[in-house]
Design a protein around this ligand. Structure first.
Ligand SMILES: *Cc1c(COP(=O)(O)O)cnc(C)c1O
Length: 305
């Protein structure tokens, strides 16, 4: 039997994904003094290799791929590429990664791409101009031809399409009646779009974009339209905590994350999770959460390597 929340992929059940993922309360004075409870939704513990929201987004796509080669896109440090490569190895599905930047071809692979290659992902490097046009049908067809992957199942950059967004509803559903506010760091907005749709009425989702640009409201709305035909749930974004943009980790943020790790024994992934936690503490300090609020922070991943 196939359902969006339990996709039928041969070998999937044998991976023993830890779902629902655990929820743990942490006591932190910066919330406590405001009368706010903080829960950590540990999606980083779903699977040792298929971590967090990447797993929730990939699983329904692997079902849709039905055994075909999976081709997807990313930069040289993409968490999504690593998750796709790991899924390919664990499930015996061939994968192709289209990598932004042909200047990387022929050079020693960085640790992230080396992991992808070791997991059996075939890497295909394209120049940045071509990469930018990959959502245009003609450009995409050209890339797939050059990568010898014309019959492949295409998952977009970052893994967010309608299947992925529907897969993330379960994250919201697992937190029904557990929290008033559920907060998540956002790249494409796909996880937020699905999470918001899965929450109960009266709960709200809060997204913290890690990219600069302020385009994510429109993108998240578009993803909800693709996945559900229209808006779902109550959600908003707070654009103040990107620290200069994607993969920017200034010393202040790094020190904050190291301190959070010491206090709570949680490995804090720097590109997304650190910005989320920093934002939540800033919001608590501003009095943005009324006394008595329970906030759940989704720990979407863990540090690499
Ligand atoms: C990819 C990723 C995100 C962002 O997910 P989107 O659905 O693209 O918004 C958040 N956290 C971590 C750790 C990620 O790897």
């Amino acid at each position: 039997m196939t359902s969006p929340d339990a996709p039928d992929v041969p070998g999937l059940a044998a991976l023993h994904a830890r779902l629902p993922s655990p929820v743990r309360e942490v006591v932190d004075g910066r919330f406590e003094r405001r009368g706010v409870r903080l829960l950590l939704k540990r999606d980083d513990l779903i699977h040792p290799e298929l971590i967090g929201n990447k797993w929730r987004k990939l699983a329904p796509n692997l079902a849709a791929a039905a055994g075909r080669t999976v081709v997807t896109f990313g930069g040289a440090y993409s968490n999504h590429l690593r998750a796709t490569a790991a899924a390919g190895r664990l499930l015996g599905i061939p994968t192709v990664g289209v990598i932004r930047g042909d200047e990387l071809a022929g050079r020693p692979l960085n640790p992230s791409l080396a992991r992808c290659a070791a997991d059996g992902m075939r890497l295909h490097f394209v120049d940045r101009a071509t990469y930018r046009r990959k959502s245009e049908p003609r450009a995409l067809a050209g890339i797939l031809r050059a990568a010898d992957a014309e019959e492949a199942y295409v998952v977009p950059e970052g893994g967010s399409n309608a299947e992925a967004v529907r897969g993330c509803r379960a994250l919201g559903a697992e937190l029904r009646d557990r929290a008033d506010v559920v907060a998540v760091a956002c790249g494409t907005g796909g996880t937020l779009a699905g999470l918001a749709a899965g929450l109960a009425p009266g709960q709200r989702a809060l997204g913290v974009p890690v990219l600069k640009g302020g385009f994510l409201t429109a993108e998240t709305e578009a993803l909800q339209r693709q996945a559900f035909g229209g808006p779902r749930g109550t959600w908003s974004l707070d654009d103040r905590f990107h620290f200069g943009g994607y993969a920017r980790v200034p010393d202040e943020l790094d020190a904050f994350a190291a301190d959070f790790e010491r206090r709570h024994g949680l490995p804090v992934e720097r590109l997304y999770v650190a910005k989320l936690l920093y934002g939540l503490i800033a919001l608590a300090g501003e009095g943005a959460f009324p006394c008595g609020t329970t906030v759940a922070a989704v720990v979407t991943g863990r540090p690499f390597p």
